[in-house]
Design a protein around this ligand. Structure first.
Ligand code: TXA
Ligand code: MG
Length: 351
């Protein structure tokens, strides 16, 4: 299949190109488009055959449900049985934006989207190109992240082109996604609501609006093995992963740097090519040629925005093991540590 690349300027949206992409969605095709979190791979959510193509293009397991993207709160009413009061409050506060709510679905939502579940995940993105596309198509758009399954989510069109060129009808090139980690997923079917995936909207922000939010116990699960990759369940938990092995070092900053330098010497003596994911505050503590800074610890949003891009950068090098500094778990840090931990297969060294 020939993939068309449509370059669209976020500050000066070409409506003809949007209409063209919307037509492709209406006719059952696949369009990758930028959102403020990561790029999505979109299809008409009400067309089962079109949604099936998403799973095929990504190589996504059919038991992993998709998020349905709509343009406004009122469009959600057609998709879900009821909108709980707390969901209304969250929508009014954080939409359009990086938050996805899980609610009981109506029968109009095809089973293929929800992987057979009775619930559906919905979100109103804030990216102007995403919103323009949904409005022009005048349809709910099912869209997982636009990466090949198992790879880090794409935060730039070049990542999407790398993964999906030749497998989808259209890729909209809209530059970088500025948040860089996926949306926060909250299960609103239970009360108190439950955080299923930390993301662009923080746990603290959610709780400030609706009070207690529980955390899915699976998110807190950690394995504190030494530098070996866990024998099992390994792949089951490994997502968002670069080709290189990732090892996280967690603790007080000076101790982290000491440990990473020690590991670097040890690995290099065994001829293993290493890389270091550091921060602006610590990068000077490491050999310069091995180190990438994700940004300042004072601005963890920057670290979130750069993380997947850094993982993909390492895929283009011959680095075999990446040592990554842990960051604080609060705010957006919870999402950063969740993605890093998954990439590391929960391979975390505490110092
Ligand atoms: O930021 C994002 O959410 C991006 C952009 C494109 O919007 N999309 C995204 O989609 O990250 P995806 O498919 O990569 O992740 C969707 C997540 C998965 O963890 C999936 O298991 C969960 O949402 N999910 C979807 N429907 C669900 C449901 N009914 N119940 C529980 N979890 C659900
Ligand atoms: Mg994904």
């Amino acid at each position: 299949m020939k993939t068309e690349i449509l370059k669209i300027d976020i500050d000066n949206i070409d409506e003809d190109k949007i209409k063209y992409a919307a037509k492709v969605i209406e006719q059952g095709g696949l369009v990758a488009f930028p959102t403020e979190t990561v790029y999505g791979l979109g299809a008409n959510a009400l067309n089962e055959a079109a949604v099936k193509k998403i799973f095929e293009a990504k190589g996504r397991p059919s038991d992993n449900p998709l998020i349905v993207h709509v343009a406004d709160k009122s469009s959600v009413e057609k998709l879900v049985l009821q909108i709980p009061d707390k969901a209304v409050k969250l929508m009014d506060t954080f939409w359009p934006g990086p938050m996805t709510l899980v609610m009981d679905k109506q029968s109009i939502v095809p089973k293929i989207i929800t992987a057979g579940l009775d619930t559906v995940a919905v979100r109103v993105p804030s990216h102007p190109i995403a919103l323009a596309l949904i409005r022009a198509a005048n349809l709910p758009i099912a869209a997982p992240s636009a990466n090949v399954s198992g790879k880090p989510s794409p935060t730039h069109s070049k990542h999407v082109i790398n993964d999906l060129n030749g497998k989808v009808d259209v890729i909209i090139d809209g530059g970088f996604s500025n948040i860089g980690v996926e949306s926060t997923v909250v299960d609103m079917v239970v009360d108190p609501p439950m955080l299923l995936r930390p993301g662009g909207v923080t746990l603290e922000q959610l709780e400030a609006v609706i009070g207690e939010v529980r955390i899915d116990p699976a998110l807190l699960q950690k394995k504190f093995d030494d530098v070996t990759v866990p024998k099992s369940p390994g792949m089951k938990y490994k997502h968002y992963a670069p080709k290189a092995k990732v090892v996280i070092v967690e603790g007080e900053i000076q101790k982290i740097a000491f440990k990473i330098n020690q590991l670097v010497r040890e690995y290099e003596s065994k001829d293993i090519k290493v890389g270091i994911l550091a921060t602006d505050e610590t990068k000077h503590l490491y050999p310069e040629n091995l180190t990438v800074s994700l940004g300042s610890r004072l601005h963890p949003e920057t670290i979130a925005a750069n993380l997947f891009n850094a993982f993909r950068y390492y895929d283009k090098t011959d680095v075999q093991t990446i040592f990554a500094e842990a960051v604080d778990n609060s705010g957006i840090g919870l999402a950063i540590m969740n993605r890093m931990s998954k990439a590391a297969g929960y391979n975390i060294i505490k110092v």
